[in-house]
Design a protein around this ligand. Structure first.
Ligand SMILES: [Zn+2]
Length: 235
């Protein structure tokens, strides 16, 4: 993605909800297919694509900061997108069977669209993931299923699509508390785009006010050339 496109994505995405932001980024950055296709991505594929896009925009190394929930110590560590991508299978099964006592469930990985349609309702999300539920040959309605079934489905979904909920197992160096910290590629990448965008507009401002060049001309330059001119102005 060139500077002009990324700047437009930043500007458009600032006022969008996080899922719409992810769709926008993936549509412009990686996938020339229609947005409708992206909405059908399983959640792990969304994370895979966002990590791939991050790698293309800013390189493979992520500098992550986590806060210990017990003593508030800040942990800093780096991790490679390539390592994260290797931990999960590329192709997901379309459905999987989940036997639970006398009921057999058929579940499918959740997609971006499922998240949008469920509007934060966990039960609705669970019902969307269950394709069929059968007890001794009889098909059950989704509202007949227990809370335990919902928990088992959630576990099964994470097994089917491991990238859908990325976590890091951390141990605090100060208090030795061990926990599993969730990692959201979109939040991470968007914060970087935010910083990048602010720097880029500052650069445009510096070059435009010194040389009188247009924003378009400045954005069309290579990053190296822009930085070189900024250095000349400062020296
Ligand atoms: Zn701690």
């Amino acid at each position: 993605m060139d500077a002009k496109k990324l700047l437009t994505v930043w500007e458009t995405g600032r006022s969008a909800a996080p899922l719409e932001r992810a769709i926008l980024l993936l549509a412009v950055g990686l996938d020339p297919t229609a947005e409708e296709t992206i909405r059908e991505y399983p959640l792990g594929l969304k994370e895979r694509k966002l990590l791939t896009l991050r790698q293309q925009l800013f390189g493979p190394q992520l500098e992550v900061v986590a806060t210990c929930p017990v003593c508030a110590e800040q942990l800093e560590f780096s991790i490679l997108t390539t390592d994260l991508l290797q931990t999960a299978p590329r192709a997901l099964p379309e459905t999987a069977e989940l036997p639970l006592d006398d009921v057999t469930l058929t579940v499918r990985p959740l997609t971006i669209n499922d998240l949008i349609l469920a509007q934060g309702d966990g039960r609705a999300l669970f019902e969307r993931a269950v394709v069929t539920a059968v007890r001794q040959g009889e098909v059950l309605a989704s509202d007949d299923l227990s809370v335990e079934a919902a928990a088992a489905v959630a576990d099964q979904l994470r097994t089917l699509d491991p990238l859908m909920a990325l976590t890091f197992d951390l141990t605090c160096p100060a208090c030795e508390h061990a926990w599993s910290a969730p990692f959201d590629p979109l939040t991470f990448l968007w914060a970087e785009i935010e910083r990048w965008g602010q720097r880029m507009l500052q650069t445009v401002h510096t070059l435009a006010s010194t040389y009188g060049w247009s924003e378009e001309d400045i954005l069309n330059m290579s990053a190296w050339r822009r930085d070189y001119y900024v250095e000349l102005i400062r020296s």
